[in-house]
Unconditional design. Sequence first.
Length: 281
Amino acid sequence: MNRLSALGKALQSQHSPENGTDTARQRGAGTEEVSRKSFAALASPFQPQPTLQRPLRFVLPSGYEPNYKYPLVLWFHSDGYNENQISQVMPHISLQNYIGVGIRGSRSIDPAGHRFDWNFSAASASRCEDAVWQAIDEATERYSVHPQRVFLAGYAAGGSMAQRIALNHPSAFAGCISLGGRFPRGGAVLSNLAAARELPHLWAVGIDNPRLANDAFASDVDLISAARLKMEIRRYTVGDEMVREILNDVDRWIMARIHGGSEPSPPLDAWGTVEVGFSGN
C-alpha cells in the first residue's frame, strides 16, 4: 500500500489560520441555512452553548454546488497535529462527495501552539462537544449541508474522541468512523446505550498497529460485542491506517450508509472468484 506522503510531515511546523477554507470557491451564493435550533433538536434538547470559538479548517468538494445538500464529515486529527490535517486527508477520501471540517484538539502540546492532542477528561470532552456544535453551525451557515448526513471521523486518538462524542449523542449523527483509535472507556460512554445501538460505526484497524496491541484490540471487541453496537470492524495488513486504500474504504462505507444499501462487491477476476482471507477447505 502507498502511504500518504503529506501526513506525518509539514503539520508539526504549520501555523493554523482560524476558520480557513480549502477551496477555489468560498461562501457560494444560495447556500441554505440550517439553524442551530433545528440541528440541536436532532441531538438533544439540552445542548450546551459553545463558550469559546475553536479554530476550524473547511474543505469543500471540487465543483461545489450550493443547491445540493452535501454530507458533512467532521475530522478529529491524531495527537501531535491540528485541524489542518483534514486538508491532507479529505482529498484521499473523496474530492467531490463531502464538505469536511477539521476540529482542533483540546490541548496544546508545543510552546508555539501548532500541535495539539485530545484530553479525555470530562471537562475536555465537553469542550470538544461544544466545538462539534460550533463546527456544524458554521458549516450549515456558510455552505449547503444535509443536516441528517453528519458523520464524525478521526485518526488514532482523534478516532477515540469521535467515537466518544458519537456515543454520547447518537441521534445527532449519521455514522462514526475511527481509524486505529481505541474504543473509548469511562465517562459513562455507554450511558445512552439504546440509541447508541442504532448508530452505524466503522472501526478500521491495522494488524501491525503499534498503538493497539492484540490483547487491547480483543478487549475492545469484547466490550463492543457485549454492548451489541452496530459496529463494522475491519482489520488491514498494515501498521498505520493512514493509507489510500483505507481512506477509499471510508468513502465507500459512508456512501453505503447514505444510499441505504451495501457496499458494492469487488469485481470478479478472470476465474470468477474473489480473494478471501481464510481457507475455504
